[in-house]
Every structure is written in C-alpha cells, then in structure tokens.
Design a protein around this ligand. Structure first.
Ligand code: DOR
Ligand code: ZN
Length: 350
C-alpha cells in the first residue's frame, strides 16, 4: 500500500518570536542564518550595555540591517530592555514610531547580561501601565533569581510569586511568557483566557535534563531556563503541536563561541538558527501533527502580536538525511550548531 504521509509541505514563511543576534562580528555571522528561513524575529536586547532606549534600539536595528545579505527581506522587530529607570514616555514613543515592538523583562541576574534587570517590580508599574494602555506586549524571562530556589523550580515559582500578582495588578497588559520549559507554565497559559501567550524553543521540544547531565556534562545543551524532566518536555510538545494559538515559536537561538561555552563556568545558550525548521518538522511529524506546524511557526505569533502573517511561503521537503555544519565560523570564534541527536530528513527548499 502506498504511504500517504506527506513528503512535502508548504507553509507561510515562519517568524522567530525570540532571538539573540548579538552585535559586531557575531551579529555579522549569525544574522544571515536566521534571515535564510525566517521573515521576522523579535530581537533580544541583552547586549552589553543593554538596549534600553528607543534611540539605542533604532541604532541596533540599523546594525542588524547592515549585517543582512543583500536583498534580504528579514525584518528585525526590536525590544527595549526594561530597567527600573525606564521612562514610560520613551516606551510610548518607541512604540508609536514603530521602533520597538515589545519590552523585555529580565529579573535582575536571571541570565546572560541581565544585571540591569528588574529587582523591585513595583518600580516598573508606570511603564507596565503605559504598555497596557497602548497594547504593547511584555516579553518575560520567567525565572526567579532567589538563590535559595532550586534552579529546576525557578520557572514554576516565578509564576506564583511574580507573574500572577503582576498580571492581577495590570490585567490589561499583554504578556508573552518566553521559552517556557515546564508543564506548570503550559497549564498556567492554558488556564488564562486573555492577554497571555507563551513561546517555546526548538531545543526544549527535543531535550530534557538528561541530555545535559547523563553520561558526561554537555555544555552545548545548557541554556536558561535549563531543560527539565521528560514529563515537562512532553507537555511542551503537546502544547506546541496542539494548534492552540497561545503557543508559538521563539527559538531563543543564543550563540556563544565554543571557548565561552566550554569552560568551568560556561555560558548559557543554544544556537538553533540554522536547523530549527528541520528539527521542528521532525517533532511535529513524530507527533502526527505536521498539519499544525504552520500554526506554531507562522500563524500564532503574528496573531498575538497583531501583525499580518508573512506574504510568502517556504516549502519543506522530506528525503535523505540533511546535514548542517557542526559549527559556524564567526569573527568571535566558532559557534556550535544544535545537535538534536537524531537524523533530520526535512530540508527547507531553496
Ligand atoms: O540560554 C540562554 N541564553 N538563556 C537566556 O535567557 C539568555 C541567552 C543568552 O543571551 O545567551
Ligand atoms: Zn533568550
């Protein structure tokens, strides 16, 4: 009998709703990797120093555009890094002028370059209220930084201690819980009827904490929030493949040079930009939900951000295993590409 499973699917061009492009030589090397398949991306502002003001975001956007290949239509959607000194009027103006799409909240000390993040959430209330008024989304790194909380519990504790009270105080604020890693976060989003969505990364759909720690420590699987138990990964896959519009792709592709990762205190971040679409096609196919890949990667994000879907498409073709470079060379050193640990058969047609 003929196998009826598809070997070719066409989707609206996907977007990446959470991406680190860095700056300088690293930006030059990684921007083309995202621009190859994605139409737009929400660009993380955790540079050193961070992208705090509208003026800094506009300048960073120019540097990103300059790093794109000739003729690229890739659109960087900029974010402002929220600090306790952020001026609500600067945020309002950045939004009105089309410079910033969202604001990013890092609890101080939660992750890479987050020292200028928020310690006292009441001090940013005026900014959050302005954002609620103008309909500008807040992207949240949802982990507490309390050293007494186990690192595997930091997302779940953040929901109870920070996110629930914050959303009660500013109920009209539109919030994206970024890179969710737990069944707790999936349940919280599912139980919230309005103004809440979540991004899910490629790697959290594929790895659990054993990938990092069993059989030798694997720095290339280390990121924040750290991957959790298998039951959490399964909950993430169920959410991603469900078609539920509140879940969409944010790769959190976060390049660090190999020397920066492979050391006694290595950096957090996994670089998935080159092979994300191939990885996702495998995950959705294995779940029997290839038909929902377009919702997750191309439709649900624009719907939450109230932007049009991309006007062009990409086609994925199934065939012999596709290879991606193990690492890419950058002016800041080699960067290892995510290894899903299984063969990838889906290739994005040129
Ligand atoms: O793994 C991560 N890397 N998580 C983050 O939140 C930040 C990111 C980075 O900038 O390297
Ligand atoms: Zn990130």
């Amino acid at each position: 009998m003929k196998d009826a499973r598809p070997t070719r699917i066409t989707l609206r061009r996907p977007d990446d709703w959470h991406l680190h492009l860095r700056d300088g030589a690293m930006l030059d090397a990684v921007a083309p990797e995202s621009a190859r398949h994605f139409g737009r991306a929400i660009i993380m502002p955790n540079l050193v120093p961070p992208v705090v003001t509208a003026q800094q975001a506009a300048a960073y956007r120019d540097r990103i555009r300059a790093a794109l290949p000739e003729g690229s239509r890739f659109t960087p959607l900029m974010t402002l890094y929220l600090t306790e000194d952020t001026d609500p009027e600067d945020v309002r103006q950045a939004h009105r002028d089309g410079i910033a799409t969202a604001v990013k909240l890092y609890p101080a000390g939660a992750t890479t370059n987050s020292a200028s993040g928020v310690r006292d959430f009441d001090r940013v209330r005026p900014v959050l209220e302005t954002m609620a008024e103008i309909g500008m989304p807040l992207c949240v790194h949802g982990e507490v930084t309390d050293g007494t909380v186990d690192i595997f519990d930091r997302e779940a504790v953040f929901i109870d201690r920070v996110l629930k009270p914050l959303r009660r105080k500013v109920p009209d604020l539109r919030v994206v819980m970024e890179h969710v890693t737990t069944a707790d976060a999936v349940d919280y989003v599912r139980d919230s009827p309005r103004n809440l969505a979540a991004t899910i990364t490629t790697h959290h759909l594929i790895i659990n904490r054993n990938h990092i720690l069993a059989g030798g420590i694997k720095p290339h699987y280390y990121c924040l929030p750290v991957a959790k138990r298998e039951r959490h990964r399964v909950a993430l896959v169920q959410a991603a493949v469900s078609g539920d519009p509140r879940f969409f792709l944010g790769t959190d592709s976060a390049p660090h040079s190999d020397p920066a990762k492979l050391q006694p205190c290595g950096c957090a971040g996994i670089f998935t930009a080159p092979n994300t679409m191939s990885c996702l096609a495998e995950v959705f196919e294995a779940a029997g939900r290839l038909n929902h890949l377009e919702a997750f990667a191309s439709l649900n994000g624009p719907r939450f951000y109230k932007l049009p879907v991309n006007d062009d498409t990409i086609t994925l073709v199934k065939g012999a295993p596709v290879t991606y470079p193990e690492r890419i060379e950058t002016g800041d050193g080699p960067v290892t590409v995510f290894d899903p640990g299984f063969a990838l058969h889906w290739r994005v047609e040129d």
